[in-house]
Design a protein around this ligand. Sequence first.
Ligand code: ZN
Length: 241
Amino acid sequence: MKLAVLSDVHGNLAALVAVLADVRGREVGEKVFLGDAVGYGPEPDEVTALLGRECGAFVAGNHDWAVLGLTDIGYFNPVARAAIEWTGRRISPGTREALRACPLKKVLRKHDMLLVHSTPREPERWDYLFSALDAALVFPDFEQRICMVGHSHVPFVAELRADGSACAHRDGTGLREGSRYVINAGSVGQPRDGEPRAAYALFEDDAVRIVRVPYDIGSTQRKMAEAGLPEPLIERLGRGM
Ligand code: ZN
């Protein structure tokens, strides 16, 4: 399997372009996306269009649904809500149409893999898996060997072995016969694990790992400031929190 799994780009085009270049450099042709193309960042139309061209599968995230009015934004914090409202005013009809066409879940049969933004059961509740400990509880909720998630912007690899034991890997692991996995791909456009470089999950040579890619954070921050997006969202990109 040679596959790149991207998640949570959130309108950050510079981060997405850097990740796609990194993927291309590794000669990985197949790319999929786990949702949240928009929200927070300054270039939602450009990001949605590029993801649509590059990714063979594309599921919807809570921010994608929020700009379409498909989910209640009452639980969003005030700065996230301000960014959703900005995004909703700015995006093109084509972007709306592209986001509306995305399912909440997608199965990649050839990889025995489920793609979902939040959790495999009731994804529209938008519950979070912050750690491998959280993930250990959801193995009964899907049938495939691997479930890929995003949403928390914190990457991890959770493994359930054939003997019933579970373990966590921070940056990746070899894929073992008989094991099942829940893997959080982290966030391309707004990492929150204290590491500001863009993150994605890479499968190759019977292993999975979380790859970090530097990008021009300052250029995204300047575009956000020009757009009038909330200061805390601009500042957090530099801290990766
Ligand atoms: Zn997100």
